[in-house]
Write a protein that binds this ligand. Structure first.
Ligand SMILES: [Cu+2]
Length: 135
């Protein structure tokens, strides 16, 4: 569709520029499957663009009870703590889940059953505990 439109243009001054543009569009198109139908073609798929700001760090406060402490996860993974946590406003409902922690020292003094206050650092969909203190 776009290729045919460009090929029909006969203005030499802008022809090479448009041709370059056509090639760019065509090469971009090759990296993705063609749209399933015409209505999709009218609404471009959102894509990550160079102007997209880098992922912002957001901090969330939470409270919970320690259900597991893992000081060594192996395979280069950070230590982790499993918590029965209350609602983390703006992030998630109450649940039991495991979080990675930034430093082993944050959880080395904790044990199962401890009530804790904690801070979660969320960046680009990844959550890690940056602070955790026994109540
Ligand atoms: Cu959770």
């Amino acid at each position: 569709m776009q290729v045919r439109k460009c090929a029909s243009l006969r203005r030499p001054l802008i022809k090479s520029l448009l041709l370059t543009l056509c090639l760019l569009i065509a090469s971009c198109g090759q990296q993705q499957p063609p749209p399933a139908n015409q209505s999709n073609a009218q609404t471009p798929t959102p894509q990550a663009s160079p102007s997209t700001a880098p992922a912002q760090v957001k901090n969330y406060r939470g409270v919970g009870v320690v259900t597991k402490v893992v000081l060594e996860n192996g395979y280069g993974n950070p230590p982790s703590v499993e918590l029965d946590h209350e609602e983390i406003v703006g992030l998630m409902p109450p649940m039991r889940m495991e979080f990675y922690v930034k430093e082993k020292s944050l959880i080395s003094g904790l044990k199962v059953g401890d009530k804790v206050d904690f801070t979660i650092e969320e960046k680009g969909g990844t959550e890690i505990i940056s602070e955790i203190k026994k109540k």
